[in-house]
Design a protein around this ligand. Structure first.
Ligand code: 13P
Length: 336
């Protein structure tokens, strides 16, 4: 049996990344509806089965993050139905579980959000470990417009409480402080807020005795806001590396970036530029993309069995571009 540090390293250390397929029932239902697919429990299951089962996925994907509903569902295989966590392991992919309960407005936070889900978390983690989860995820959301010392500290505190509980229960925590890219701010503003956020997160992780060797950090790339002044991938890479170097201990095995609404080609360009300049960095720099890997596949599928192989091919080609970005390779143009 692997130690937590070995599992954390396995998630980030093989030239592979993590597939985030853990949208809550509400978010997943909205995404299905937007594609004209009925938002039923069975369609959510079929879609996650599509994501997990492409042949060769494990060459590019080390772990898959699921939500509570999917963790309890079954994949249809030639040998009968198999629970998702076991099916993932059979494919050579570690199963993970999103354990936060989403965001709510922070009291006296002037519009800032705080992530909920700590109540009862110890027992839920014990159950998830029994169900086969090797790692977990908790996402804190920081909006540059509403970010204050108060909102950053409260979110950092909750992230560290979650991470400590995970390690106590034998699960590797993915620590995800996401500075949103919604807005018209420039890259400097994103760097400033990401800098303050990572400072607070690592101070809380230290205070709460979280072992850096046995976690994975999942931050945003430092970019301008979606409607802010655009910059080159090398500018993004420089700003991102600067904040990581200031705050992430060298003993953290890896950093797996979220895609944050950037499309596959853009997110992969940023990741390639970063890996191109981070030669010699102490941590592995990989992906834990959601939308940048899966949105094109969902669109190609449209809920139709007849489109399954096209949708899986689309997912594989997005994963291949992300994996190529780990080598610092300029990604090929998107085919979808
Ligand atoms: P995106 O890559 O779509 O931002 O999602 C990653 C994720 O896990 C969000 O919590």
């Amino acid at each position: 049996m692997r130690t937590l540090a070995e599992t954390a390293l396995a998630l980030v250390d093989s030239g592979r990344g993590i597939l985030a397929a853990d949208e809550s029932i509400g978010t997943m239902s909205q995404r299905l509806t937007a594609e004209g697919i009925a938002p039923t429990e069975e369609n959510r299951r079929r879609y996650r089965e599509l994501l997990l089962t492409p042949r060769g996925l494990s060459r590019m994907v080390s772990g898959i993050i699921l939500c509570d509903e999917t963790l309890r569902q079954q994949v249809a295989t030639v040998d009968g139905n198999v629970a998702f966590p076991l099916a993932a392991k059979q494919c050579g992919i570690l199963p993970g579980i999103k354990v936060d309960a989403g965001t709510t407005s922070l009291a006296f936070g002037h519009g800032a959000l705080v992530t909920e889900g700590l109540d009862g978390l110890r027992d839920r983690l014990a159950e998830y470990a029994d169900l086969g989860a090797a790692f977990a995820k908790w996402r804190a959301v920081i909006d540059v417009e509403t970010a204050t010392e108060h909102s950053i500290e409260v979110n950092a505190h909750a992230l560290a409480r979650y991470a400590a509980l995970c390690q106590e229960q034998g699960i590797v925590p993915i620590v995800e402080p996401e500075v949103l890219c919604a807005g018209a701010h420039d890259i400097g503003r994103c760097e400033e807020v990401t800098d303050r956020t990572l400072a607070a997160v690592f101070a809380q992780l230290r205070l709460q005795k979280v072992e850096p060797e046995a976690m994975v950090l999942k931050p945003n790339l430092v970019t301008p806001g979606t409607t802010g002044p655009s910059v080159t991938p090398s500018h993004v890479a420089d700003a991102t590396l600067r904040v990581l170097e200031r705050h992430v201990p060298s003993t953290v095995p890896g950093i797996a970036f979220l895609s944050g609404g950037h499309d596959n080609a853009t997110a992969c360009q940023y990741l390639a530029a970063l890996n191109g300049i981070a030669v010699g960095a102490p941590w592995r720099l990989t992906y834990s993309f959601g939308r940048a890997l899966v949105s094109d596949a969902l669109h190609a599928w449209g809920g139709e069995d007849a489109n399954l192989s096209d949708a899986q091919a689309t997912l594989l080609s997005n994963c291949a571009r992300a994996a190529a970005a780990l080598e610092g390779a300029e990604p090929a143009p998107a085919s979808a």
